[in-house]
Design a protein around this ligand. Structure first.
Ligand code: PGA
Length: 251
């Protein structure tokens, strides 16, 4: 199976404009000409325009961290797909656990955002993952299955092919405690099983599934070496160009 490795940096609510420019320049200097791995950075909205200029004509793609599903109108504080597209954004993270936990994101809103992003020509990075309580309660599969089915509900296979899935166990995000390579791989295989059931094996085996949750240079090689782990969605370690580069091209 020839899925390409895809490493994306999720800068979250970090970087002022000057910091974002510095970080983007560092990322481009370190990995801007890497061709055997797909690379993206997802800065805050306020820095997309400036970072777009820096990553232009490099192999680093630009992503946003969220999007609203409506096209335009009275939605104070929200950003539309068209607004992102106009800045040269190609990708958008949807359904991150921080959106789910703190800002009322549901499987239904994830579904609307994924559909809107695809209709607009943006590539969604669809995040799923269980909490520690859910894992310890033996409910990992139930939760992840509900999230995957919810995210893609009503969507044609041709559209789901345009998505990337990020498996991000909530207990591993920002905690320094990553899922073991085995735990990550098992979850990814499980996600492919759900997609095979919803669609077919071709889709299940073709779709890129990133792992996210305390991935760093020291554990990247082992995680990325798993059969079904195709990349990483990187938070903390994406805020230093050298660390991010150490994941894109692990030693
Ligand atoms: P982390 O975050 O790498 O800091 O754990 C990952 C994410 O939330 O996407």
């Amino acid at each position: 199976m020839s899925r390409r490795t895809f490493i994306a940096g999720n800068w979250k609510m970090n970087t002022t404009i000057d910091e974002a420019v510095d970080l983007a320049k560092g990322v481009v200097a370190a990995v801007g000409s890497v061709t055997d791995v797909d690379v993206a950075v997802c800065p805050p909205y306020t820095n997309l325009s400036a970072v777009a200029e820096i990553v232009k004509d490099t192999n680093v793609k630009l992503g946003a961290q969220d999007v609203h599903w409506e096209e335009k109108g009275a939605y104070t504080g929200k950003i539309s797909c068209a607004m992102l597209k106009a800045l040269g954004v190609e990708l958008v993270i949807v359904g991150h656990s921080e959106q789910r936990t703190y800002f009322g994101e549901t499987d239904e809103t994830v579904n609307k955002k994924v559909a809107a992003a695809i209709a607009a020509g943006l590539g969604p990075i669809v995040c799923v993952g269980e909490t520690l309580d859910e894992r310890n309660g033996g409910n990992m599969e139930t939760v992840v299955e509900r999230q995957v089915r919810g995210a893609f509900a009503g969507m044609a296979a041709a559209d789901v092919f345009k998505c990337v899935v990020a498996y991000e166990p909530v207990w591993a995000i920002g905690t320094g405690v990553n899922a073991t390579a085995q735990q990550a791989n098992d979850a990814h295989i499980f996600i492919r099983k759900i997609l095979a059931d919803m669609y077919d094996d071709d889709l299940a085996q073709t779709i890129v599934i990133q792992y996210g949750g305390s991935m760093k240079p020291a554990n990247a090689k082992e995680l990325l070496g798993q059969s079904d782990v195709d990349g990483g969605l990187i938070g903390g370690a994406s805020l230093k160009a050298a660390d991010f580069a150490g994941i894109v091209t692990p030693a």
